[in-house]
Design a protein around this ligand. Sequence first.
Ligand SMILES: N[C@@H](CCC(=O)N[C@@H](CS)C(=O)NCC(=O)O)C(=O)O
Length: 228
Amino acid sequence: MKMYDRSGFPNPARIRIVLSGKGLDNDVEFVPVDLIAAEHKQQAFLDKNPSGVVPVLELDDGTLISEATAITEYLDNLDGDPIFTGRTPLEKGLIHMMQRRAEAMVNDPVGIYFHHGTPGLGAALQAYKSPEWQGRSDWAERNRQAVEAGMRYFDHVLENREFVAVDYFSMADITVFAGLAFAEAAGLSVGEELKNLRAWRARVAELPSVKNRTGQQFLAEDARRLGF
Ligand SMILES: N[C@@H](CCC(=O)N[C@@H](CS)C(=O)NCC(=O)O)C(=O)O
């Protein structure tokens, strides 16, 4: 299998956690995609994923799977023993519900804020941004507020429970964890008052599949190019 992604970026990190948890790290060849040079918006990559985003998994027979949730489902079920996506119909329903909430309430608005309220991935990607939204600070601000509301929501969810969707670490936790990392990178940190969310994040960061994931570092080369 090949994984088209970029070390240090949040959605690729979701899959690297899954690979680590499933013991599949050595079954995948990582193919780096240069997001800062907008390689993912060129035709060769769009032929693999018309959405123009990473990660994309390519199976040995050439089948392409994109979307972190879809890739997670595939990898988690390969051995017939899912540990991240639910074992029963109820668990599957709850996990998918909460992971989609995480995307809608945290990860997606962080992405909009990152691309429209900060320099984002830099100059090469500007050409691919929708012109009507460029420089719209009210749009960025509304999404920043949405991220804060999303963080408050998950803090509330975690008031009386250990994990986001079910009583073990699941795909929903992975999505929230990656969303918070992305938020941090965009300059949006989890407020001191969100004690449940902060405690959960500290716990999750120590889980073996999260701690041992391959290539979790943001590439020094990318950090330099983005001026971090
Ligand atoms: N819904 C997609 C989101 C993927 C995504 O946004 N990936 C980011 C990297 S973390 C990306 O490729 N961004 C490039 C861009 O927005 O131009 C998924 O779940 O895989």
